[in-house]
Design a protein around this ligand. Structure first.
Ligand code: HEC
Length: 168
């Protein structure tokens, strides 16, 4: 009996974690006692996933941007680690725009899906610039002009896509 209670509360915690805090709290108030909270729709999941991917991308590019702007010292180990992650996350970002995620609580503009060619180019610019930065810092681990140029290109890739495909 006690074991069962523990298992049940584990399952509840897990489903709350998987469905996202805010929705789970709303659902808990509305749902009858004992019922599980409503699950997010596939579209909501896809949008949450995309935001999470960009949050991690941004979280890892941030310190590189800080070095670029002279706000942070160049720490070779940290820069190398983050450059790797940013390049990896660029691949996930490319896959984060399925058709079902067009509408909902999102800043993704409809042009992402209507101007496929332009958007694919923006995605490729991110992939290419982040791969180039990750490759560079493997051989040049100093705050060199080459590093600044490569990191700057990544920053331009972010901005270029946001200007055209992300709502304010
Ligand atoms: C190919 C287009 C594209 C590129 C390139 C891009 N972004 Fe974005 N980014 C978006 C879109 C679209 C959104 C809005 C996502 C949503 O609301 O569903 C977004 C959202 C974000 C967010 C907010 C996430 C959230 O929680 O709402 C951050 C942070 C972010 N991007 C950082 C970056 C950084 C840093 C880079 C460059 C390293 C970058 N992005 C490159 C398209 C792009």
């Amino acid at each position: 009996m006690q074991m069962r209670t523990v298992l049940t509360s584990c399952a509840l915690v897990l489903s709350a974690v998987l469905s996202g805090g805010a929705n789970a709290a709303e659902g808990a108030a509305a749902a009858p006692a004992g019922a599980s909270p409503p699950q997010p729709t596939p579209a909501e999941r896809a949008i949450d996933y995309r935001k999470a991917v960009f949050t991690v991308l941004g979280g890892n590019f941030g310190p590189i941007g800080g070095v670029l702007q002279g706000r942070m010292p160049y720490d070779a180990k940290d820069v190398a680690k983050r450059a790797e992650r940013v390049a990896f996350m660029a691949g996930l970002a490319a896959e984060a725009f399925p058709e079902i995620s067009k509408t909902g609580n999102t800043k993704a503009k409809p042009e992402i899906w209507t101007d496929k060619e332009g958007f694919d180019k923006a995605v490729k610019t991110l992939a290419d610039s982040t791969a180039a930065l990750a490759a560079l810092v493997k051989t040049d681990n100093t705050n060199s002009a080459a590093f600044k140029a490569a990191a700057g290109k990544v920053g331009e890739a972010c901005k270029g896509c946001h200007d055209n495909y992300r709502a304010k």
